[in-house]
Design a protein around this ligand. Structure first.
Ligand SMILES: [Zn+2]
Ligand SMILES: [Zn+2]
Length: 370
């Protein structure tokens, strides 16, 4: 029987609450709200811990408190409002549906939403980032339940796609889908990727799935470069900005000095600077790694003009990108070893142990199973 239906919604549920960087998360009880129109209560089955959650936990980025972190979650619809929340296809959700949902909640009507940037909505809120107060307190993934609100992009999931594969869909996978949307076409193109974390590995796999003719991945960690090979990279390079000529190293390694698509997903300023220099004529360069304050980088406008480069920033994604992400994982999630990127899963009771493990061992992901 579907687990969502076998356990009726109780009056309270538990969540791991973030109060301040460096302090343990506190397990606290919250009343489960009764959903209103266009809302749903979802029982979370798994939430993976993203690099941005770790940045918040260590204080590298500032978030409001108290809050319930975690946004890479999946779960089962347990309660619906009188007018049920609909999925991205406009189909009303049903009790027991297995779902993922966008990190952002957007109004859908403001100028930015209408311009195709719902992630920058004038009334934006984000799961796993807002203050855990009042009726909407349950808005993070490190909890037994979450309240999905009007303006969430919800995608139904097949039952046979494991949590470990599908959890990052609404963060890394959807962001990479958004990057490729800005970099199309991909088939037959040469793709260079800076960074082999969750985003970079996903980017390599998506390039392979879409028929890129060469996929080179750069990272400082040999362990991650080995993984990149398993995710479709045709060449990998251990690279640090030591003043060596990257184009020359790439030419020696791959026969290609310059590339059609350059994706930067590591956030190191030297890598961003290098990424802007590796595009061939007509290249699309998409930057997504620098999500914290960074120093300025040198920039050569003549090359941008003479090579007709497009340099684009991408933060988060749209509902269509989330749908593309889920479709990609459905079709290719087993072809690449996504499942093994979640090194360990822990129950919610052991969330602090899980965080310590993530910070010390630095696996690509750990999971929490409330
Ligand atoms: Zn994330
Ligand atoms: Zn809006």
């Amino acid at each position: 029987m579907n687990p969502a239906l076998s356990s009726p919604c109780g009056p309270d549920c538990r969540a791991a609450v973030f109060h301040a960087p460096g302090q343990p998360l506190q397990l606290q009880s919250f009343p489960v709200p009764v959903p209103e129109d266009d809302e749903a209560v979802v029982r979370i089955s798994c939430c993976t811990v993203c690099g941005s959650d770790l940045h918040t936990l260590t204080g590298a980025r500032a978030e409001v408190t108290p809050s319930i972190l975690g946004h890479e979650a999946v779960g089962f619809v347990e309660r619906l409002g009188p007018r049920p929340l609909r999925d991205v296809a406009g189909v009303p959700l049903n009790l027991g549906d297995r779902v993922t949902w966008s990190t952002v909640i957007a109004c859908g009507t403001c100028d930015r939403c209408r311009a195709g940037l719902p992630q920058k909505c004038r009334q934006l809120s984000k799961y796993g980032h807002d203050r855990a107060l009042g009726r909407q307190a349950l808005n993070g993934g490190l909890a037994e339940r979450i309240l999905l609100r009007r303006g969430s992009a919800v995608v139904k999931l097949p039952d046979d796609l494991p949590d470990e594969i599908v959890c990052p869909a609404n963060c890394a996978t959807a962001t990479v889908a958004a990057m490729y949307r800005c970099a199309e076409p991909v088939a037959g193109q040469r793709v260079l990727i800076f960074g082999a974390g969750m985003l970079g590995l996903t980017a390599a796999a998506m390039a392979a799935a879409r028929g890129a003719c060469a996929i080179a991945v750069l990272d400082t960690q040999p362990r991650r470069l080995e993984l990149a090979r398993e995710f479709g990279a045709t060449a990998t390079l251990a690279w640090t900005a030591d003043g060596s000529d990257l184009s020359e190293s790439l030419r020696e390694l791959t026969g290609q000095a310059l590339w059609d698509i350059v994706l930067e997903v590591c956030g190191a300023p030297a890598a961003v600077a290098a990424a802007c220099q590796q595009g061939d004529i007509g290249a699309r360069i998409v930057l997504a790694g620098s999500v914290m304050p960074t120093p300025d980088i040198p920039f050569n406008p003549e090359q941008v003009i003479r090579r007709c480069l497009t340099i684009r920033g991408m933060h988060n994604y749209t509902p269509a990108d989330l749908l593309a992400a889920v479709t990609f994982l459905q079709e290719h999630g087993r072809r690449f070893p996504f499942a093994k990127l979640v090194a360990n899963t822990f129950p919610l009771d052991r969330v602090n142990e899980a965080v310590a493990h993530a910070l010390e061992q630095r696996p690509i992901r750990i999971g929490i199973r409330p």
